[in-house]
Design a protein around this ligand. Sequence first.
Ligand code: SF4
Ligand code: SF4
Ligand code: SF4
Length: 322
Amino acid sequence: MAKPKVAFYWNASCGGCEEAVVDLAEDILTVVDAVEFVLWPVAMDFKREDVEALDDGEIAVAFLNGSVRTSEQEDWARLLRRKAGLVVAFGSCAHLGGIPGLANFSNREGVFEASYGYLPSVDNPEGVVPQTETKVKEGTLELPEIYDTVYALDQVVDVDYYLPGCAPPADLILDAVNAILSGELPPKGTVLAPTKSLCDECDRNESKPDKIEISELKRPHQTMIDPEKCFLAEGIICMGPATRAGCGERCINANMPCRGCFGPTDEVRDQSAKFLSALASVLDVDEPEEMERLSESIPDVTGLFAMYSLPVTLLKRRKLEK
Ligand code: SF4
Ligand code: SF4
Ligand code: SF4
């Protein structure tokens, strides 16, 4: 019997999600044995024409990591959507927009001004920025268009399943691959991770007092962090109440607070708003001035609460100038 065809592709990605596949260690051999790879740019030399030559729907499943921020990435996402029976948004960037999605606080012009202009490591006296077309004596060179807005994968193409995490942990990847290979699939649209919150799985939950009252917010580097105590109860922002479980409490176990890379649970529409509401309920402040002092102690509140999810929040992006 022919093996199911599988594609891995990366859009606006740091490459960490590709590393996560390699993290399957010897289990990857079981996967390699069970499937036929038809696209995996980080590991194998397939060309776009190879994918175009496949029948529509011929690929059993395409795993796409990275957000979508260029015309080329949108094009690949559409091509793989057409060629694959199932599309899985792999990792926070594809699932929620991820870290690249923070560029939605600016636009293409602002991103270029920073990346090719004022950042300390840039030396670009002529102010050269990427162009979609550049004339040289041999002809015209073309580059993909960079968009003003960064998109999560399902804002561009229909997505069947989501594997959360920056990057998704090996056990969830393996469970997803096994579910797909066995055909025992949950309903379309499922996030392939537990439906409870990180706090529900966190060992530090029991250290929480009956009533949390925070009158001061501290950043991790401003205090000695007690490795046994709940971050939030200690006044350190931890996104656990608004974040899906399933990562193995990777940051908590490293004595760092959660930043929300698994996204919200099924019941929550906007992770940042959910966290804001959870935080507001434990703040012990009465006067507006006290509230102002507290909010000023967190630089870039929206960037912190929507660190992985800005493109899919209700806000989505900063308003573009007309
Ligand atoms: S989800 Fe994380 S590891 Fe994966 S591409 Fe995005 S930034 Fe990299
Ligand atoms: S807020 Fe953070 S540290 Fe506290 S229980 Fe939740 S996940 Fe754990
Ligand atoms: S603790 Fe939070 S930020 Fe860290 S891996 Fe888990 S979900 Fe992601």
